[in-house]
Design a protein around this ligand. Sequence first.
Ligand SMILES: Nc1nc2c(c(=O)[nH]1)N[C@H]1C(S)=C(S)[C@@H](COP(=O)(O)OP(=O)(O)OC[C@H]3O[C@@H](n4cnc5c(=O)[nH]c(N)nc54)[C@H](O)[C@@H]3O)O[C@H]1N2
Ligand SMILES: Nc1nc2c(c(=O)[nH]1)N[C@H]1C(S)=C(S)[C@@H](COP(=O)(O)OP(=O)(O)OC[C@H]3O[C@@H](n4cnc5c(=O)[nH]c(N)nc54)[C@H](O)[C@@H]3O)O[C@H]1N2
Ligand code: SF4
Ligand SMILES: [Mo]
Length: 742
Amino acid sequence: MPDTTHYRICPLCEACCGLEIKVSDGKVSSVRGHEADVLSAGYICPKGVALKDLHEDPDRLRAPLIKRNGKFETATWEEAFAEIDRRLPALIAAHGRNATGIVVGNPSAHKIGLLTYFGKLARALGTKNVFSASTLDQMPKQLASGLMFGHWLSIALPDIARTDYLLVLGANPLASNGSMWTVPDFKGKAKAMQARGGKLVVIDPRRTETAAIADAHHFIRPGSDVFLLAAMVQTLFAENLVTLGNVTDWTVGVEQVSLAVAPFTPEVAAPRCGIPADTIRGLARTLATTPRAAVYGRIGTCTQEFGTLASWLIDVINVLTGHLDVPGGVMFAKSAAFASNTAGQSGIGKGVSTGRHHARVSKAPEVYGELPMTCLSEEIETPGTGQIKTLITVATNPVLSSPDGPRLAKALDTLDFMVSMDIYLNETTRHADVILPGVSPLEDLHYDVAFPQLSWRNHARYSPPVFERAANQPEEWQTLLKLAAIVQGKGPHVDANVLDDAQFAEDAQRLFGAHADAVIAATAQFKGPQRGLDVALRSGPYGDQFGRKPEGLNLQKVMASNATGGIDLGELQPRIPEILRTPSGKVELAPALLLQDLKRAVQYLQAPAADLVIIGRRDVRTNNSWMHNLPVLAKGPFRCTALVHPSDAARLNLENGGQAEIRNGERSVQAQVQISSDMMPGVVSLPHGWGHDQPGTQLRVAAQRPGTNLNALLDDQLRDPLSGNAVLGGVAVTMQVLSLAP
Ligand SMILES: Nc1nc2c(c(=O)[nH]1)N[C@H]1C(S)=C(S)[C@@H](COP(=O)(O)OP(=O)(O)OC[C@H]3O[C@@H](n4cnc5c(=O)[nH]c(N)nc54)[C@H](O)[C@@H]3O)O[C@H]1N2
Ligand SMILES: Nc1nc2c(c(=O)[nH]1)N[C@H]1C(S)=C(S)[C@@H](COP(=O)(O)OP(=O)(O)OC[C@H]3O[C@@H](n4cnc5c(=O)[nH]c(N)nc54)[C@H](O)[C@@H]3O)O[C@H]1N2
Ligand code: SF4
Ligand SMILES: [Mo]
């Protein structure tokens, strides 16, 4: 076989780097950054290299598994679909639609097949019990942005290429490579900003890798960003620093915000967040007086009790300092395909709302079509109409990734039937009756559906598969359609391609009316997600409009740009008012839901500090719960350690390398102690996604150093009430020595 070179977008994190993959003798011989890539320009991190290990991992499932008499047996695809058909429709008929839950996880955001076809299965099921990793992550940001700008994915992104001051709260892009912000090589871009005289300032309870390259770092008490941010807003008003700049005519609610933040003076907020009043004022003043400045917050600001408020206040500051929608401030991407904020009437819309239905047990409101992930256990456990009896999981491992994983593991064992679409037999899928494996990323075509909507620069890139998949292996969109057909009573033998053709014809009728036949003919060379992508590109903001704008984009053109690194669509451009989809046609600075919740925050302004609280952490060689099985990433120092400040270690008699018990009420875990002056005193940090010591999994490398499951310690009843997002940090714990260093 001749040596070949392939260009593939990395699907492992939101940086979406373009990779150059060389293949010799049918095997990956090297993975490098693709220098010509228009988005990432050659950047790569160690996980990109690990795609080879993932492809070759002997533990990665290549055939379906069916559990019989408590043991998994390898099965053919026909047998697997037949087993699902034998059991699932009857259970749905007996218990009703809502008795099936469906959970979708993080990797689906990186797979066009899963992302564009998951909804078809969810609609076929017709259940209200839809859950996703979004409520363990960014739902607060999506809700706040939706309320302000009118759509769930209209997220204001720092214009890092042109800014002179970047304030980062609760994010560590040097480890995570960025999130809700596709910004490959954040470090290089931050250094370039510093080289032109700009400043990076980080607010984090740990002096992180990002804080280490920053010009300033301030510790913050976990969970208290809302108080810091509200006090900054209060300062802007009190010191007459408010300037709305370009969005003056397009913003409503300034006066209401001014009144609502009045109680949050820097003096009151300072002890609550652990940042001196003068520093709070200084941050506000610098933002107001720096012409090109931006505030960015990420998971640390979302996974807390006031996550939606904190996410909102970040953009309130961006607006009030005149930095929204201007170069060097925060701006909106304009995606070539799939973006709701480029579709329909521009400048005005329905906005977003929550609570169209509610969780049965907790009554938590639906948000963006979902219920909080942390309601899943109780929805399975609690008897009554609508109790979840059967479950479908798609690319998710909530036993490790969701608070109180052990409770969920027990609940999963009580289900009547469970199907998992996953590539591993892991802590969650071991509870399934049938596991349907996805393909290796190197056997899958790729186009990022979500991330161009969040990218530092506009672009369109497509990757063909590097390897052909096994002849009998369905693509994941086909598996989703087959499952949809089974739950609709069409049986296990329907051809997914035939179903897809029929659905596409229906969609084309709905979307294009009299032009439907022309659209079907124009896209006839593609099927499945490719066809959907061609339609989205061609009808999108840069599209060829099916020939009416011949110079515009279509899938063929984007495909043709693969080896040259994709199509660059330029730096971010101002988009207000065109991007707005709020009912007022304005930036809604003071949504009622948020003003109301700010009153709740006022009540917590004086809450006393616990002696010790726990937060999470990410390491560049990990990816949530599922990449600890890849040798190239698993090697090196043990990463699942509990970081504590020397003063806490001294107070609690903890020794570096010793074992400690961390306790939260009834829940406790054991972890290895690592003493670090990078921690804020009174805060312990333990990464999530570990705990690979569960019986019945097939993760041989991960099991050698299983680590500790942080989520075994966290309470699944703690949520941000507006977004339903889990509280994953700032939780009070105690620590006690178990053994000293060996
Ligand atoms: N305490 C704490 N908990 C957290 C977090 C935290 O910061 N602290 N972070 C949260 C965040 S941000 C997120 S996004 C969630 C993530 O939580 P999950 O959505 O559960 O995602 P992962 O843990 O990444 O697990 C991914 C699953 O998908 C499978 N998988 C991988 N690739 C594929 C594929 O191509 N096809 C299919 N079908 N399956 C695949 C993996 O085997 C694994 O089972 O975790 C959350 N949990
Ligand atoms: N290497 C690697 N990369 C990843 C992932 C991974 O697991 N590993 N996961 C991916 C996923 S799913 C996501 S969502 C992104 C997340 O991307 P990031 O948001 O950058 O995630 P983290 O690196 O966890 O950074 C969160 C920071 O918040 C801090 N923090 C905790 N509590 C608080 C608080 O109350 N206030 C403030 N201000 N800070 C706080 C933590 O100390 C931590 O430094 O990363 C993605 N990229
Ligand atoms: S930063 Fe690493 S994991 Fe993320 S897309 Fe780039 S190479 Fe892949
Ligand atoms: Mo995430």
